[in-house]
Design a binder for this molecule. Structure first.
Ligand code: ATP
Length: 798
């Protein structure tokens, strides 16, 4: 018997149990010893020690160390060397380090270690919360966490929206670590029953300056309200601020400020080459096109100021086939599409991604060669984050900023203040090419593209207007006509400012709050302005899309893009209506709601109010009833009811019933057919007889008493008489024509009247007009309804 197989029987059962218990006790003791040693090592750790070079120099548990090893992370980066030891010692941290310098591990390693040291289990609930401003970044952090935390037994989840809230909620209770976006997390904290965060040990804010700024302010403040005060807090960003107000909002305790590159001469990675090109707004797309055409074997990100810009440039360039795969990404796309595009760009060797600032921060696309900022960023911090998508960790990268001549001087000043080294370059004359004609012809041929161009125009002008930095962004300097023409638009979309308070509010507010095209759109769950439940006429008008040109096809083409309009303060003029004037004049537009059956009718205009006085018109909005039949007992039934299956079977085989039914119906049709034919024959005969009788009568009148009466039934003679009659002008000119007829042989006269005598015709028509009568050519009396209708129609004709 092999030594490790226990004997059967009671002794056999106790022996392995005892052995197992002993082994478990031993294991637990070993773990406790390790834990004590680890805690001791952390207590003794000198966070400033120059000996800390590799991850192995840090007091980490075996699970984390092994996860790092298998992910090939060995040497500590500057920020990791400075921040991890302090974080292991339980300090609150404000970490600032250049883009691509490894901040993600600088907070993930302490998160895993904190929970490990607290011996966190699934029953302890949520231990760590990591907040990211964008879904893309949250997904990326989660992926890194999965990699380095694979040897731990903690459960981790991603809460970023785009999924069913209830499904997400069910799993939340079981999670130890959550990576989330602020809006969605707040939604759960507010709405998910039994989701407990009282035990939270550690809170992390990645891109903390962004999360603490206006766009997320209310969500973050409300979120922090739910969290326990006694916790460790780590804040990281490439552009960290030490704002006291922020620290107070997060209740940081004596935070350590870790700023490893503070003394550096530049705020951007040293392996990044930065250039700018002065290109007037109207030549921007030409310059961009020229750039793409000369860099086909590259991986490029092009940043634009709004989702509308992204869509227009992507769609128009795609049609022009530059020779490099094109992708586009913005916050209004559905989550699945965003993930798909992100992963395609990640794995692409050569591609150009047109994007909003939704991927400006934190996203770690591998091997990006170029970052092009086609639209000037809102500030120097955004510039730094955007260019940080290239030259990550130890790789090289290049960045080009497009500036309008008006933006050049003030924006360079901003960059200089932030220690950004940048050099001017010019586009080679030989590489310059105008694509305006192509754009014009494409917009002409495709209303969808033209519509996107109009939206892009409005969103760009609007973003310039809303920018806080008025020295850089001067709305007055925009040559709107030339800009519209450069997009290929046939005319300049008329833009209109909203009246009154709204304009002031928009002017004074941060761009992030109102812009959907910029970073603000990245996490829309919590901050999306709620649609009013009762939509007024004004709401509908401003929501209305350009119905002439935006086909459903385009919406399908964009696939999954939620094309809700933003809170436009400028818009195409035609979408604004009379109600604006009413609003301006202080007229209340509060709509009335009338209930009609199950539906509701909103009375928001005079036209609609009129509806209430017409039952017939209102019936259009009423529910259509269901037609019922009543049986002998007075019970109501629908017209068509399925027969009980048993009853149906009793009637015999289905096929036989079908055949009998078809035969019976066919025989009915045959009988009806014979009847119909007989009836039609009879009618024709009656008609003919009537006609003959009438002709005889007329002939008799014309011929007078000396003319022999044509005998009814004498076909040949009757035919001759008819031929004569038909050749006469049957115009009811009364006496005049009949007197003329007497002078000339009837046939000749008829010919002349039709063919030659135009004067006569004219005179006749004048007379008709005068008398208001019209001559209708009829070869017989109307003897049925159809003929009467034809006659009536003829009389009514001009
Ligand atoms: N110690 C390390 N050794 C090797 N590679 C590392 C190390 N730390 C991080 N990296 C790699 O460096 C890249 C950048 O890291 P990370 O995304 O954490 O940068 P970041 O500082 O957060 O940048 P950003 O400011 O843009 O968010 C990643 O691809 C990551 O895998």
């Amino acid at each position: 018997m092999p030594p490790n197989v226990a004997k059967k029987g009671s002794a056999g059962r106790t022996k392995p149990t005892q052995a197992k218990t002993e082994a478990r006790t031993l294991k637990r003791k070993r773990e406790q010893d390790d834990l004590s040693k680890l805690k001791k090592a952390i207590d003794e750790l000198d966070p400033k020690s120059p000996d800390l070079k590799n991850f192995t120099d840090l007091p980490l548990c075996e699970a984390t160390a092994s996860g790092l090893r298998s992910s090939h992370f060995e040497v500590l980066t500057d920020v990791q060397r400075s921040a991890i030891p302090l974080a292991l010692k339980g300090k609150d941290i404000l970490g600032a380090a250049k883009t691509g310098s490894g901040k993600t591990l600088a907070f993930l390693v302490p998160v895993l270690e904190a929970l490990y040291r607290a011996q966190w289990t699934e029953y302890d609930g949520l231990g760590a919360l990591i907040i990211s401003p964008t879904r893309e970044l949250a997904v990326q952090i989660f992926e890194v966490l999965r990699k380095i935390g694979r040897k731990h037994s903690f459960s981790a989840g991603l809460v970023i929206g785009g999924k069913n809230l209830r499904e997400e909620a069910e799993r939340l209770g079981r999670m130890n670590i959550l990576v989330c976006t602020p809006g969605r997390m707040l939604q759960h904290l507010d709405q998910t029953a039994g989701f407990d965060v009282d035990n939270l040990q550690i809170l992390v804010l990645d891109e903390a300056d962004r999360i603490m700024d206006m766009g997320f302010q209310s969500a973050v403040d409300a979120l922090v309200e739910h969290l326990p005060k006694t916790r460790q807090t780590l804040l990281f960003s490439a552009t960290q601020s030490k704002r006291v107000s922020d620290l107070a909002r997060l209740s940081l305790k004596d935070p350590e400020y870790v700023s490893v590159h503070e003394e550096a001469t530049s705020a951007t990675p040293s392996n990044l080459q930065q250039h700018y090109i002065v290109t007037p707004l109207v030549e921007k797309l030409d310059t961009l096109w020229g750039f793409l055409r000369t860099n086909l074997k590259s991986k490029i990100i092009v940043f634009l100021s709004s989702g509308k810009q992204v869509r227009f440039v992507f769609e128009s360039f795609k049609r022009m086939q530059p020779g490099i795969p094109l992708l586009h990404l913005h916050g209004r796309q559905k989550q699945v599409a965003r993930m798909e595009i992100t992963s395609r760009f990640t794995s692409a060797k050569y591609a150009c991604l047109f994007a909003t600032d939704v991927v400006a921060r934190g996203v770690d696309f591998p091997a990006v060669d170029w970052v092009i900022q086609a639209d000037c960023p809102e500030d120097a911090d955004t510039y730094i984050h955007r260019v940080g998508r290239t030259a990550r960790y130890e790789s090289k990268g290049r960045a080009v900023l497009f500036l309008d001549p008006h933006e050049e001087e003030p924006f360079l000043k901003r960059l200089e203040q932030k220690k950004v080294p940048i050099q001017k370059v010019n586009v080679k004359e030989g590489k310059k090419k105008s694509i305006t004609n192509e754009l014009q012809s494409m917009c002409f041929k495709s209303p969808d593209l033209k519509y996107l161009g109009q939206k892009a125009f409005i969103s760009y002008t609007r973003s310039v207007f809303l920018q806080k930095d008025k020295e850089v962004f001067k709305f007055k300097n925009l040559d709107l006509d030339a800009y519209a023409a450069s997009l290929g638009l046939p005319g300049t979309p008329q833009v209109k400012f909203h009246k009154g308070e709204d304009v002031k509010r928009l002017k004074n507010a941060s761009r992030a709050v109102f812009s959907s095209g910029s970073e603000g759109e990245s996490d829309d769950e919590g901050r999306k302005p709620k649609k009013p439940e009762v939509r007024t006429k004004y709401d509908k008008m401003t929501e209305r899309q350009n119905q002439d040109v935006l086909s459903s096809h385009y919406r399908k083409l964009l696939g999954d893009e939620d094309d809700e309009d933003e809170e436009d303060f400028m818009s195409v003029k035609r979408v604004l209506g009379d109600d604006d004037l009413d609003n301006a004049a202080g007229v209340s537009t509060e709509p009335k709601v009338v209930t009609l059956g199950k539906s509701e009718l909103i009375i928001d205009s005079k036209r609609r109010e009129k509806l209430l006085s017409s039952k017939k018109k209102l019936s259009k909005y009423m529910d259509k009833g269901t037609k019922l039949v009543f049986d002998d007992d007075g019970n109501a039934h629908p017209i068509y009811e399925l027969q009980n299956e048993d009853d149906f079977k009793k009637e015999g085989p289905a096929e036989q019933i079908r055949r009998e039914f078809v035969e019976a119906e066919a025989s009915k049709v045959r009988d009806a057919d014979v009847e119909d034919k007989e009836h039609a024959k009879q009618r024709r005969k009656e008609k003919r007889d009537k006609q003959k009788a009438r002709e005889r009568e007329e002939l008799a009148q014309q011929m007078g008493a000396g003319v022999p009466q044509l005998e009814a039934g004498d076909g040949a003679t009757a035919e001759d008489a008819l031929a004569l009659l038909r050749s006469l002008p049957i115009a009811g000119e009364g006496d005049r024509s009949s007197s003329d007829e007497e002078a000339e042989p009837p046939k000749k006269k008829a010919k002349k009247w039709f063919q030659d005598d135009s004067e006569e015709e004219e005179r006749k028509s004048k007379k008709q007009k005068k008398s208001g009568k019209k001559v209708i050519e009829m070869d017989h009396e109307p003897d049925n309804l159809e003929d009467l209708e034809a006659l009536a129609a003829g009389l009514l004709e001009d």
